[in-house]
Write a protein that binds this ligand. Structure first.
Ligand code: ZN
Ligand code: ZN
Length: 205
């Protein structure tokens, strides 16, 4: 079915309120609700010109599970997003497509491939297909995972450097307490062996 969005805002309002009052759902609308459940109640309500509450009531009666608001779970690349793109997103898409940074042929190939062989969704986000075969994640989560690992390794190295610095400090603290003497305090009373002997000699005299 085609969704008519033409006409002035005033006309649509009148039309919407009229439909909200009368309430009967056409078979086309019912089909639309079933087919677009994954887009959520808001998108369906907008497309059909009905209230969100009406869509949710109808879905409940039909035992159709609608996508939770804000959730992207279950949405695939080849499906519509349920909301229209923002003008900013459209501008980025246009610029990238025109500059060649975004390959339209790759997009078309992916749509065809996904239709022929629907990919499993990424277990981490449940949003994008798990195309990175080595990790079983989507490319977005794989990139995020790499960043996470990078930070973890960095943190680990910093901690190791701190431990080494502390060990060195302890080593320095274990030096002979005679000023200027760099020997280890391996004698008694915080002195090196040499200065321990010097001290003993002094005691005897
Ligand atoms: Zn993911
Ligand atoms: Zn010493």
């Amino acid at each position: 079915m085609t969704i008519r969005r033409e006409g002035s805002a005033a006309e649509r309002r009148v039309d919407d309120s009229a439909r909200m009052i009368s309430g009967p759902w056409s078979s086309g609308e019912i089909r639309y609700l079933r087919g677009h459940a994954k887009e959520g109640s808001r998108a369906i309500a907008e497309a059909l010109g009905r209230t969100v509450a009406a869509v949710e009531r109808k879905a409940h009666r039909m035992r159709v599970e609608l996508r939770k608001p804000g959730s992207r779970r279950g949405i695939m690349l080849s499906q519509t997003r349920g909301e229209s793109w923002t003008s900013g997103e459209n501008a980025i898409f246009r610029t990238q497509a025109l500059s060649g940074a975004l390959s339209l042929s790759l997009i078309e190939r992916r749509i065809a491939e996904d239709a022929a062989n629907p990919p499993a969704l990424c277990p981490a986000c449940g949003r994008w297909p798990a195309r990175h075969t080595a990790s079983g994640l989507c490319f977005t989560c794989y990139a995020e995972e790499r960043v996470r690992q990078y930070h973890e390794i960095e943190q680990q190295r910093r901690a190791q450097r701190e431990i080494q610095a502390a060990a060195k400090q302890a080593e320095r603290a274990a030096e002979c307490s005679v000023p200027g003497c760099r020997n280890d305090a391996n004698g008694t009373g915080g002195l090196c062996w040499t200065h321990t002997r010097v001290a003993r000699k002094r005691e005897r005299t």
